[in-house]
Design a binder for this molecule. Structure first.
Ligand SMILES: Cc1ncc(COP(=O)(O)O)c(C=O)c1O
Length: 307
């Protein structure tokens, strides 16, 4: 990412970064577009600020730029690893989104969450790097590389809004706690973050592959994996089950002690996709097969239990 020191603002995670940007750029009643399905907390935040939030559908290349409503002032996207489906936004789609923002005099928030854990393939240039007209606000977080309870993230803003973002941060909470920032800065300077990320990439890749193998071997008739080579979760679309059937399956699995999510939880409009989100950020590889066997059992026991 291209940066000058004054363009970086340290925040209490992605969520505060989005709050600052929305308060600087938008007024109540303005329209914001988010991905559908998409990450839920930003949508709730934008709604709480009195903004009109529209869900824009995604396809295999990411957000469908032609479906963004005309009077939209800000678009929030996850191009490296669409949340929750997991594909990367294609280069042509990135270029189309930048051209759209330029034409509409709109801004784009690029949430680059998950880009650190890539298991193959070459990353596509971030929107922020491709941007030549200062429309992209880049947001990063240490919630996955380190831990979500740290509440550390950052914004890289175009020069035109740096002062306003700094002022918004100052009136919100002065600054993110300095002792935590100093500890993380030392961790980064001494090369520990890079080491930790390298080590965890191998760990997560092993979990990722184990889940892929199991789904291919045991769920092929029911689920189709969304191709993804990064991050801490995998999504799979249902081949025949409805979103209600998937939700019931998820509930039965939870009762048996296995937590997976229904894709329908991430819908914005009434376009519920039927599928599962399988997270592996917190499960050791040695427990994955047993968990997936419970999940498999919970699918077939559904009919019997609901009677
Ligand atoms: C798409 C996306 N962005 C960002 C985050 C992290 O947010 P924060 O930095 O506020 O913890 C998450 C966490 O689950 C996420 O799924």
């Amino acid at each position: 990412v291209n940066t000058e020191p004054g363009e970086v603002t340290v925040t209490n995670g992605t969520q505060q970064a989005l709050d600052l940007v929305a308060r600087v750029l938008l007024a109540p009643g303005d329209r914001v577009a988010v991905e559908d399905p998409g990450y839920v907390p930003p949508r709730l935040l934008f709604q709480s600020l009195g903004l009109q939030v529209t869900g824009v559908p995604v396809d295999g290349e990411g957000l469908i730029v032609d479906a963004i409503p005309r009077n939209t002032k800000l678009v929030y996207v996850t191009p490296s690893h669409q949340y929750p489906l997991g594909m990367a936004m294609s280069l042509p789609r990135r270029i189309a989104l930048l051209a759209w923002a330029d034409r509409q005099n709109a801004a784009i928030i690029e949430d680059d969450y998950d880009s650190e854990f890539r298991f193959g393939g070459r990353p596509i240039e971030p929107l922020q790097t491709l941007d030549t007209t200062g429309r992209v606000i880049y947001v990063g977080s240490f919630s996955k590389t380190m831990l979500p309870t740290l509440r550390l993230g950052f914004l890289v803003t175009p020069a035109s809004i740096c002062d306003a973002v700094h002022a918004a941060k100052y009136v919100t909470d002065w600054h993110t706690p300095l002792p935590t920032q100093n500890a993380l800065a030392a961790f980064i300077d001494q090369g520990w973050l890079a080491r930790h990320t390298r080590k965890m990439r191998t760990v997560y890749q092993e979990r990722h592959e184990k889940i892929l193998d199991f789904v291919d071997a045991h769920f092929a008739a029911h689920l189709s994996l969304v191709p993804s080579a990064a991050g801490l979760h995998i999504s799979a679309l249902a081949k025949t089950m409805s979103s209600t059937e998937i939700e019931e399956w998820v509930q039965r699995a939870a009762a048996d002690g296995v937590a997976v999510q229904a894709l329908s939880m991430f819908r914005v409009a009434d376009r519920a996709m039927a599928g599962l989100v399988l997270g592996y950020g917190a499960i050791p590889v040695s427990r994955i097969d047993a968990g997936l066997r419970i999940l498999r059992h919970a699918r077939t026991t559904g009919a019997t239990r609901s009677r």
